[in-house]
Design a protein around this ligand. Structure first.
Ligand code: PRE
Length: 280
């Protein structure tokens, strides 16, 4: 006989509701097992290819669809949390996956956003510089790198975006997918190109040999038919470097990019436009 005391009998109303929850849990578990079988078939499909299994664009499509049909007391942010774990479980089924993050310390935004996005089980390693995190991806030690959002004040030692070896490495996602009230953000870089989600932003690095003003760059981009939600500018003695966030998923041969007057315009990658969070 087990010596664990018998559970006190629950009130009949609670027992009935718990029986309903048990039946729902069984159905959810059956569906999760069935879903993982389908993911296993994806993993074996040659069409998916041999690179990283991660498809942030596809994840955004799934989440936007679920959020659009969502009703009831379960928070939208909880739906995102639950599916983040589902996506990472599916990624793990398809092969080893780990993250290299450049973060000042384990509590900085980038480290926190990495854990929230890639989940507590995914192996994550902190690196002391963005370039070390990128090298971990290049060397095949990590599947992706998480790096700080570019900023105009970035010193050369951390301005990873100015030196990204694209298209070999590309930005594929922006964290978090559900916009945070604190405005924190980070970018994910992978050795595979981004996948479109239907509502995306493309990052383009523009380099001019002379000094060009912000107004002139913004005007030229608008003239080319490009909508630019944000534009960062870094000037040096001998030229201008600008990072434009452009609406849409731009391909390298996009005629609007080809028409720009600057000698270099490099696509650094693209990411799904974040969805709005719930009001605080
Ligand atoms: O659709 C795919 O390619 C999958 O690998 C499946 C799946 C999912 O679980 O829905 C998992 C990981 C990807 O990042 C995107 C989607």
């Amino acid at each position: 006989m087990p010596d664990t005391p018998a559970l006190p009998p629950a009130a009949p109303e609670i027992a009935a509701l718990r029986a309903e929850i048990d039946a729902i849990d069984d159905a959810m578990h059956d569906l999760l097992m069935e879903r993982s079988q389908v993911v296993g078939r994806l993993a074996g499909s040659r069409a998916k290819g041999s690179g990283s299994p991660l498809r942030p664009g596809r994840e955004a499509v799934v989440l936007r669809r679920l959020l659009a049909r969502h009703t009831g007391p379960l928070g939208r942010d909880r739906i995102v949390r639950i599916w983040r774990e589902v996506f990472m479980a599916s990624t793990a089924i398809q092969g080893a996956f780990s993250v290299a993050v450049f973060s000042a310390d384990a509590h900085a935004d980038e480290a926190r956003l990495t854990r929230e996005h890639f989940g507590p089980i995914t192996p994550v390693r902190l690196h002391p510089t963005p370039f070390r995190a990128l090298a971990a991806v290049s060397d095949g030690e990590a599947s992706v790198a998480v790096l700080p959002m570019p900023s105009e004040g970035d010193p050369a030692e951390t301005a990873w975006w100015a030196l990204l070896d694209a298209p070999r490495l590309q930005v594929v996602a922006r964290l978090p997918f559900m916009a945070a009230n604190d405005g924190a953000g980070a970018l994910v870089v992978a050795p595979t190109p981004p996948d479109p989600s239907g509502e995306d932003r493309t990052l383009v690095l523009l380099e001019a040999a002379n000094r060009v003003s912000r107004t002139a760059i913004a005007h030229t981009l608008a003239e080319a038919g490009l909508s630019v939600p944000s534009l960062l500018l870094a000037r040096s003695e001998d030229g201008t470097l600008a990072l434009a966030e452009i609406e849409g998923f731009l391909a390298p041969g996009d005629p609007r990019l080809a028409a720009l007057p600057w000698p270099r315009r490099t696509i650094l990658g693209a990411y799904a436009a974040p969805v709005a969070g719930d009001p605080a």
